[in-house]
Structures are given as C-alpha cells and as structure tokens.
Write a protein that binds this ligand. Structure first.
Ligand SMILES: Cc1cc2nc3c(=O)[nH]c(=O)nc-3n(C[C@H](O)[C@H](O)[C@H](O)COP(=O)(O)O)c2cc1C
Length: 459
C-alpha cells in the first residue's frame, strides 16, 4: 500500500444498533442497553478490523420511547473502559457544548488520553433543540439559546483546548528527591480565560494529554459550525449528501480550509452510513426487507397519510408512489401550509444547505417521484435526506466499490459506520469488506502508530 491517502473508518457503538427496526430481527442482540460486554465486543471488532476509531454520539435528553436514544452510556466512562481492553483503536466520545462545562470535559479527556496512552479524540456537538427536552434535565443551568449556542461553543472549544494543551509543559515531573521538588515550578500556566459564558483560570488539574493535539471532530452543517471546525477540528462529521453534491461540498470545504491557512489533507470529511451488506446482493436486500417489514406495513402508509393529508390505510408500501399519492398537493406551498402534518415539521429540525425546509422536500419529492419509486423507496429516500444518513444495501464487492468511488473521487476521506443491529453487521464488515479494501490498497493492514492522531494521519 502506498503511503498516500487512505480511507479512514470509524465505527459507531450504541447499546443497540442504529436502525429503528432491525433490533426486531431474530439474530439481533439488544442486551447491550444494559450489558457493557456487547459494546466491549464492538470495540474489539473495530480493533480486529484495524479501524481508526469507535464513536459514540451525545444525547442528554430523556427519550425512553426512542430506540437509539433510550439510554446512553456516559461517554467518558465508556471510552475509558473500552480503552482498557484494546491497544490500538481510538475513541471519539461526544460532549455537548450547550450543556457541559469545558473544565469538566478537559479533565475527562486528559485523563482518558493518558489512560489510553494517546487514543482519545473529542466529538463536540452543539444541539439544544433535540426532541425529548434535554433542557428539562438542566434546570438552573445557564443554557444558551438557539442563536447563541455557537458563541458558547466557540468559547467552550477554546477553553477546552487551552486547558488541555496550554496548561502544562510536558516535562513537568522534576522528581528531585534531594532538592524536595516534585513538579517543576514553572511548568504550569494559568489560562486566565474570561469570556461571556466561561471564566476559567486554570491550569487544569490533570496532566497534559499524550497526544500533541487531541483530535477534534465537529458536526453540523451551517457556515458557523464550519468556522468553528476550521479553527479547531481535524474531522468534519457530516451527513452523506450523495455523490455529486458530496463532491461539490467536499471541494468547497477543503478550499475554505486551505484559505484559512490549514493543510486540507489534515482536515478529514467523514460522513455516517448505515449498511446491510451480505455475501450476495440478494441476501443483503432480503435482510434489509426483513428488518423493515414492520415499517413497510405499518409506518410507511401512515407517514405519507400524514404528510399528504389523505387516508392511505390498507395501501401497500410496494405500491407505485405516483399512483397513490395525490400529486396535486405536492407543491412547496402545500407542504408549507401542512407544516404541522409531518414532513415539514420534521424537516425543520434538520436544515439542508440553507434551503427552506419545505422547498428542499418539495424538490426531493418531485424529483424522486419522477423516478418511478415505490412508496417504501420514496420513504427511505426522504428519511436518508432528513437524517443525513445513507443506507447501503448490497454485497461485499459492491460496498467496497461504493467506498472506493466516493473516496477516490473525493466525496469523502473516510466513513463512519453505524451498524443497523448487533452483532452481525460489524463482524461482516470487518471479516469481508475490510480484507477487500486492503486488497485494493485502500485501507491499512496494520496500525501505523499507537496514537489516534497519527493513525488518522492528522498529527
Ligand atoms: C452528522 C451530525 C451528527 C450530529 N450528532 C449529534 C449528536 O450526537 N448529539 C447532538 O446533540 N447533536 C448532534 N448533531 C447536531 C449538531 O450538534 C447541531 O446542533 C445541529 O447540526 C445544528 O447546527 P448546524 O445548523 O450548525 O448544523 C449532529 C449534527 C450532524 C450534522
């Protein structure tokens, strides 16, 4: 394999898989909601596959009815536990800049980076507008509003990294027993940060991380999130926007990174994807269909009934969408006035590229209906746009082809895998797709380093 650019791969690990229906498959393991050994297995699978990192998102809301948010392990404990049973794979625990305090987070990260010998990164999220009322759990805490969340995030990120990297010199341990000096007296530096949201004197009461710079993932889609990312991050975790649009955005982001004086090769663009991959396309499709059978029969007609304001009870999801949906209602204005009806309301929580939510949905539906899709296919197209996730369904070679094409054509630098359920899909990926990527020279055969930043090629 050349030392040139190579694919980065992260694996998201939650108590259940990511797919909202696949947990009902007979082979799925759901005990991971209570039993950490399931997540320990996921980390070991990631390391067996030489993957770059294990990832866990942030959710502070209480959402007992929402499968992938019902419980969330505390990210710092979780990363520390998994680091103790692995040697090379990295971890990106997530923290929410709207609800957490950078001094606490800096302590957690500094500790975890030391305990893992340099394998910790940070993923920062800013959401305050999630369903499930996260603010309800933080009464009396000074929370930013939707408009000021990035002001707080900017301060948070600056404080976090100054505490981590400016607080202490690395040669702090003098250990002069005769002279009676353990810590070199001029080795620590208050950061004296005074901002609108945080006032932090420092230095941090934990030693500096092993890594020269703890890698940062930033999420988000707005210009403001990118500004923050360009200042501090090495990875942009974004939705997958499709091949052409993804390519366009990739170029745009990399250009902005270069204009800011940074090396674009050290700023990775990594979208998330769910996958149903099997030995043959047919098997993969059958698994996907099996997982979504319930959704197909119950959820999909109900969903479109709500959006279009018609009764689709009894209509099969395999029906041709254009035959059963009243197209005359499909105008941007109709969707807008039907905001309370479903689609537009859901979309308003996820904005796409500055387009008005009703209008991008209108464009999407108009375009996809022309492709002669079934109701089920249209539903999945809408869902992946709404939630920014592509679902790949296919065989090993097909998935490797897809990854290769997107990587080589610079739609992305890497991929973050969200297994639909535990444990089969992650094992299948590592045992089948990884060797295929290695054969093609796209992925490492051995870890290059023990440090996360070096394995990611961003040190
Ligand atoms: C790919 C992606 C993943 C995200 N993951 C989380 C998450 O795990 N927890 C969370 O609270 N918010 C998450 N968010 C929400 C962002 O933190 C942010 O609040 C949201 O994208 C709106 O900001 P924006 O307009 O800058 O994109 C995610 C956003 C994106 C795009």
């Amino acid at each position: 394999m050349s030392s040139a650019r190579r694919l980065r791969i992260g694996l998201a690990a939650y108590g259940t898989g990511w797919d909202l229906e696949a947990w009902r498959l007979p082979g799925a393991t759901n005990s991971g909601l209570l039993d950490p050994s399931v997540i320990v297995d996921v980390a070991r699978i990631a390391e067996r596959g030489k993957l770059d990192y294990v990832f866990s998102g942030s959710a502070l809301a209480t959402e007992p009815n929402r499968l992938n948010r019902v419980f969330r392990w505390d990210n710092s404990v979780y990363a520390g536990t998994l680091a103790a049973v692995t040697e090379h794979v990295g971890f990106f625990p997530s923290y929410n800049t709207s609800f957490e305090h950078p001094y606490f987070v800096a302590r957690q990260i500094a500790t975890a980076d030391r305990f893992s010998a340099g394998r910790i990164g940070v993923n920062l999220v800013y959401g305050i507008d999630r369903e499930g009322g996260p603010a309800g759990n933080f009464g009396g805490w000074p929370l930013p509003g939707e408009q000021s969340k990035y002001d707080r995030a900017d301060e948070f990120t600056e404080v976090l990294f100054r505490l981590l990297h400016d607080s202490w010199d690395h040669d702090l341990l003098l250990d002069d027993r005769d002279g009676g000096t353990l810590i070199r007296p001029d080795s620590w530096h208050p950061i004296d940060f005074v901002g609108k949201h945080f006032q932090v004197r420092g230095p941090l009461n934990a030693p500096p991380p092993v890594q020269r710079k703890v890698p940062l993932i930033h999420v988000g889609e707005s210009a403001r999130s990118l500004e923050l990312g360009i200042r501090h991050a090495e990875v942009r975790f974004s939705p997958y926007y499709g091949f052409e649009e993804g390519k366009r955005r990739y170029q745009q982001v990399k250009q902005q990174v270069a204009e800011a004086g940074r090396d674009p090769d050290k700023f990775l663009i990594i979208p998330g994807i769910t996958f149903f991959v099997a030995g043959t396309k047919r098997e993969a499709r059958e698994k996907f269909n099996e997982a979504h059978r319930v959704q197909t029969e119950e959820v999909i007609p109900a969903y479109f009934s709500k959006v279009f304001g018609v009764d689709l009870a009894g209509v099969r999801a395999s029906s041709r969408a254009a035959d059963v949906l009243p197209l005359e209602r499909l105008s941007g204005d109709a969707l807008k006035t039907n905001r309370s009806g479903g689609l537009a309301r859901e979309a308003s929580t996820v904005k796409r590229g500055g387009l008005d939510d009703a209008h991008w949905l209108h464009d999407l539906l108009a375009k996809r209906l022309g492709e002669d899709l079934t109701l089920a296919e249209l539903y999945h197209a809408v869902q992946s746009h709404l939630h920014g996730e592509q679902i790949f369904v296919g065989d090993t070679a097909g998935f490797a082809d897809w990854l290769e094409a997107n990587f080589v054509e610079r739609v992305f630098d890497g991929i973050q895998l969200f297994p639909p359920y535990h444990r089969g899909p992650a094992d299948f990926f590592v045992d089948n797709v990884v060797p295929e990527l290695q054969r093609r020279g796209l992925f490492r055969r051995e870890y290059e380093s023990r440090l996360l930043a070096e394995n990611l090629g961003i040190a």
